[in-house]
Ligand binder design. Sequence first.
Ligand code: ADP
Ligand code: MG
Length: 698
Amino acid sequence: MSKLIPELYGSLVFNDTVMRDKLPKDIYKALRKTIDNHTHLELDVANAVATAMKEWAVELGATHFTHWFQPMTGVTAEKHDSFISPVEGGKVIMEFSGKELVKGEPDASSFPSGGLRATFEARGYTAWDPTSPAFIKDGTLCIPTAFCSYTGEALDKKTPLLRSMEALNKEAVKILHILGETDVTSVSTTVGPEQEYFLIDKEDFKKRKDLIFTGRTLLGAMPPKGQEMEDHYFGILKPRVAAYMHDLDEELWKLGIPAKTKHNEVAPCQHELAPVFDTTNVAVDHNQITMEIMKKVADKHGYVCLLHEKPFAGINGSGKHNNWSVSTNTGVNLLDPGKKPAENKRFLLFLAAVIKAVDEYADLMRVSVASAGNDHRLGANEAPPAIISIFLGDELTAVLDSIINGSSFDSTKEMMSIGATVLPHFVKDTTDRNRTSPFAFTGNKFEFRSLGSSASVSTPNIVLNTAVAEALSQFSAKLEGVAPEKLDEAVMTLVRETIVAHKRVIFNGNGYAAEWVEEAKARGLYNLKSTPEALPAFKAPKNMELFIKHGVFSEAEITSRTEILFENYVKTLHIETLTLQDMVRKEFLPSVMRYADSVCESISAKRAISTSLPTGATEKLLEKLSAYYEEISEGVDKLDEDTQKAEAIETIEEQAMYYHDVVMADMDALRSVADKAEELIPDDVLPYPTYEQMLFYV
Ligand code: ADP
Ligand code: MG
């Protein structure tokens, strides 16, 4: 490392320190006001900021700038413009204006819009988001921007997120003022996303069309050893992996991304990275950059970083844990129970708001994590079930019980004793770990664990912020106008009523257990098992109403987004079925044939030498191979037919359902026969590297 970490950290970011340093005082103040209070930015301020930004970027070797945005493809987009501007004498100067900083006009007709933007009005706008700092990536100054259509509809993942943060800010400040906390002027949500990923060798990756085209393996028998020994989780990092992680940390630190923890995960070749939490908007941007840098650094180390939710069947997939909290501009974490949660009215009110929000909008939370990839995880005993419930832990549950029953709560905390006196004694956490819950209270924040590893963390946070804003707004309506001396009692009554009404969503037991599915059904909770089952909930009248009321999505935006999500699902499965057919027809079946041929030759050779040589076992092998060949051929024909049927279905919702119910079932059936055949075929005859080679030799 050439530089010390504190010097390296944020060295490629136009952060507050740089702004203070490079901007004239009045400009700095004006910009700060825009960032902190979301006020409009005047053009002269923008011009001054642009000039300073350009000078700073050019000094660091940047030649281009880009409006960096997050269309609904799930990945980020950028279009690079250079700073050069020709002047007399065949020379150039480096220029960047305030106008170029605040607004861009990418021709955006090829981004998904779900019918929002007709091609004849292909123009889209990008607008600078000053609340997320600009940064330099590969010699380009990247300016985080929101992306919308000519008519002002959001076409991205940032705009609605910012709107949802504003909705929550408004409702949280309002209720805090009712509680008498008038020093609070703004409230924002914070997020720390833990990111899981796989690293496999680049050479292996290149040999597998399924990984190349779909990000996951569509064929592949389990190796003799999987993850059952649990020896990989938190295991010692192999030197090559450690070198990768070291490089990754450094690249992220330069971009001001506070990568903090890293470790091996449950599956072989699986790892995790978690940053220190940040304001939601910044955390979302950072997570997008993190995923991009993970892939880039992997390439340098001869790896490919797989972010798919389920790269290998039978082996744990990857998710993201969205740690979420709410804090005030005065530095108070509103989900911190403090020493005496039972008496902490503000905490109880916010806790009740979250419980109400999750219960009422569990369907939306499920939609927010729905994707073809994530369907392989949710409910598969490795990730939380598709049923959304809340884990609170024993202490908080006891607090809430005492509120419901009107009994007093003894808040003396249990001291942890590990047995040996030399080890420190510490106060036990108020919540135990329950890894099976989709939404768990973890001390001073909630952890939403259903997110897929490859998706942007934006949508789940849009839903959370908006649903909680709605709960708070209903609370305010009840508490407004209550006389100060009656307020405490009114708050406790409200908390009690809310918990009684919504306690069905609280579940501290094992979310993986089959009994929970039954119980959840009896409690009336949603169990939206697959993406096509979940997506229609996005447009449900109550959910439309929620988003429209809080100005987060318009009706047209919701309809178009639902359409895009359905399209993504259908396209993903379509690519998967075509890839599987291609691999089976052109690679796998020929290798079964090749091996069968060589077995045949061996039998004839033996017979040529002597008819008394035993050939029974060889013949049996040949029989098996031939039977598999037939069965696989039939399977791929059926898959082909059903795929064609799926293609012909006209409504996207029916089409998605057909892909899920029929095409995916065909794919699974085909795979299971092929995987059995694979076990008979020697590695050097197989057309691509096996699970064993990919997972245990990295
Ligand atoms: P785990 O045991 O699940 O790995 P940690 O306590 O290490 O949990 O924290 C996981 C993540 O939660 C980190 O990214 C951390 O920064 C984040 N986090 C901590 N406090 C908050 C908060 N108030 N708001 C949002 N995220 C938080
Ligand atoms: Mg966690």
